[in-house]
Design a protein around this ligand. Structure first.
Ligand code: ADP
Length: 467
C-alpha cells in the first residue's frame, strides 16, 4: 500500500521530532500529529518557535518549513485516525505506579486506550505502528483488541522502535545508524505492511540500513539497546568510584579503554548518573519480563545497572554533605543544570531531581539554573516525589534565570548537566561572589581541574582521585 496519510497519536518527545522529520523528507505524505493534551497541541502550533513543547537543535526550523504544508498538529484524534492509512502510536508508557508489577512493568493503559480508539474509528484497513517502547509481545495485545473490537477491517501491526537520542534527535532521525521494522513476516499482508513502511523511510535512508525482522525481535531489540547503553554508563560510573579511591582518573581510563575497537569510545563518560524517560523504564521492564519467565539470574544482572545508578546519585549528594563539613543545613548550593542531559529540556528521571531531594532532606537551600528547563517543570519534578509539601519545595529551592545570580553567595556549586555554556562562564566572577572556601562539585566532569583550582576553588570532579 502506498502511504499518503500518516497519523501519529502522541505529540511528545518521540512523536513530535520523528513525524516532523518524516514530513520534511516525504513531501508527498500528509502527516498529522494528534494529542489529547490541548495545551501541547497549541504550543506545537505556536508562531513563536521558541515555545515548541520539545526543544531539540534543528527541530524548530523543520517545523517552520513543514507545518501547514504537510505537517499538522491537532486534537481531533478520530478524524486523523479515519484519514490515515498508517497510524503511529507514540503515547507514553510509564512504569506502573500501582498494582501488579508496580515500579517495574510498563503501564500500557495509554496504549490500550489508543488501540480501542483506533478500532472504534477505523472504517478501512489500517497499518498500526508501535513507536513507543513497549514490552515484548505488546503487539499481540494490540492486535487482539483491534480484531475483537473493530469494525471488521484488517489491521497489520508493525513495531518500529525509535532509537533517537534526545539532544541530537533531528540528526539521529535524518542519519540513523539503522531503522528497525518488525512485522508479521509469516503472512503476505504482514510483509506488505512492512514494505509500506520501508518505502516511507527509503525516501531518505539507504535500504541497507533498514532492517526488517519479526515483531518480537524488533520489540526486544529496543529494550536490549537501551539496556546495553545504560549498562555502559553504570559500568563506567562504578569505575568512577574506584578511581576516586585509588587516585586514578576516570576520564583517562575511559580514553584508554575506548581506543580498544572492541569497546569503542562512545558512552563512556562518568557522571552523576543516567536519566531520561527510557533507560530506567526499559531495564525495569526487561527485569520484569525476565522474572515473569522465571529467569531470575538474568533479571538480577540487569537490575544491578539500576542499582549502581541510584548509588551514583546518592554518592554525589553524600559527598557534598561530607565535604561541606558534614552539614548543609541552611547553606546555599547552586545547581547548574536540571535537564537529564545537555541540549534538551527533558527532565524525566534526571539525576538532578534525586540529588536535590537528598540535599533538601539535609535542609540545604538550592538555587537552580538551567538554560532550557522552565521553573514550572522543576517544581513539578520535585512535587512528584511527594517528599515534602509544595510550599516547602518552593521556599527551599529557587529557580533562577541567570547563572551568576544562581551562584551568588552560595557555599557550593554543583554541575548536574553537561551544558556546553557552563565551560565558558566567568568562573573568576563566580568565585568572587561565593562563600569561602568555594566548593565546586562537577558531576559531569566538564570543567578544567587546574583552571578551577588556580582560581581558588576546592574542586571535585566525578571519578577523579586526588590521592
Ligand atoms: P514520549 O517521550 O514517549 O514521546 P511523552 O510523554 O513526551 O512521551 O508524549 C506522549 C504524549 O502522548 C503526551 O503528550 C500525551 O498527552 C499523549 N497521549 C497519551 N495518551 C493519548 C491518547 N489516548 N490519545 C492521544 N494522545 C495521547
Amino acid at each position: 500500500m502506498k502511504i499518503k496519510n500518516i497519523c501519529c497519536i502522541g505529540a511528545g518527545y518521540v512523536g513530535g521530532p520523528t513525524m516532523a522529520v518524516i514530513a520534511k523528507q516525504c513531501p508527498g505524505i500528509k502527516v498529522t500529529i494528534v494529542d489529547i493534551n490541548e495545551a501541547r497541541i497549541l504550543a506545537w502550533n505556536s508562531n513563536n518557535f521558541d515555545d515548541l513543547p520539545v526543544f531539540e537543535p534543528g527541530l524548530a526550523e523543520i517545523v517552520k518549513e513543514t507545518r501547514g504544508r504537510n505537517l499538522f498538529f491537532s486534537t481531533e484524534v478520530d478524524k486523523a485516525i479515519d484519514e490515515a492509512e498508517m497510524i503511529f502510536i507514540s503515547v507514553n508508557t510509564p512504569t506502573k505506579t500501582y498494582g501488579k508489577g508496580k515500579g517495574m512493568a510498563a503501564d500500557l493503559k495509554y496504549i490500550e486506550l489508543c488501540a480501542r480508539q483506533i478500532a472504534r474509528v477505523a472504517k478501512q484497513d489500517k497499518i498500526v505502528v508501535e513507536k513507543s517502547t513497549l514490552p515484548v509481545r505488546t503487539a499481540s495485545a494490540i492486535k487482539s483488541i483491534l480484531d475483537n473490537t473493530g469494525n471488521g477491517v484488517q489491521f497489520q501491526i508493525l513495531s518500529n522502535p525509535e532509537f533517537l537520542a534526545e539532544g541530537t534527535a533531528v540528526q539521529d532521525l535524518l542519519n540513523p545508524d539503522r531503522v528497525l521494522i518488525g512485522g508479521d513476516t509469516s503472512t503476505k499482508e504482514g510483509n506488505e505492511a512492512v514494505k509500506s513502511l520501508v518505502e516511507v523511510y527509503s525516501n531518505w535512508i539507504p535500504l541497507a540500513q533498514i532492517l526488517t525482522t519479526n515483531l518480537w525481535s524488533s520489540e526486544l531489540s529496543k529494550l536490549t539497546a537501551n539496556a546495553f547503553l545504560a549498562q555502559r554508563v553504570s559500568s563506567i560510573n562504578a569505575m568512577s568510584e574506584i578511581c576516586e579511591e585509588t587516585g586514578a582518573d576516570v576520564q583517562e581510563v575511559s580514553k584508554a579503554i575506548g581506543m580498544d575497537s572492541r569497546i569503542g569510545p562512545k558512552f563512556l563518560n562518568a557522571s552523576v548518573g543516567f536519566g531520561g524517560s527510557c533507560f530506567q523504564k526499559d531495564i525495569l521492564n526487561l527485569v520484569y519480563i525476565a522474572k515473569s519467565y522465571g529467569l531470575n539470574e538474568a533479571a538480577d544482572y540487569w537490575e544491578q545497572v539500576i542499582l549502581i545508578n541510584e548509588h551514583q546519585k546518592n554518592r554525589f549528594s553524600d559527598n557534598i554533605v561530607k565535604t561541606l563539613y558534614n552539614t548543609v543545613s541552611g547553606k546555599n548550593i547552586a545547581f547548574l543544570g536540571w535537564a537529564f542531559k545537555k541540549d534538551t529540556n527533558d527532565t524525566r528521571e534526571s539525576p538532578a531531581i534525586k540529588v536535590a531531594d537528598n540535599l533538601l532532606n539535609e535542609q540545604a537551600l538550592i538555587s537552580v539554573y538551567d538554560p532550557k528547563v522552565i521553573e514550572e517543570r522543576i517544581y513539578a519534578d520535585l512535587d512528584y516525589l511527594n517528599t515534602r509539601s509544595e510550599e516547602e519545595n518552593r521556599s527551599l529551592l529557587k529557580v533562577m534565570t541567570n547563572p551568576y545570580q544562581a551562584c551568588d553567595n552560595v557555599h557550593a556549586v554543583a554541575v548536574l548537566t553537561e551544558w556546553d555554556e557552563f565551560k565558558d562562564y566567568d568562573w573568576k566572577k563566580i568565585y568572587a561572589n561565593m562563600q569561602k572556601p568555594a566548593f565546586v562539585f562537577d558531576g559531569r566532569g566538564v570543567l578544567n581541574k587546574e583552571a578551577m583550582e588556580s582560581i581558588g576553588f576546592v574542586y571535585y570532579k566525578i571519578g577523579s582521585g586526588s590521592k
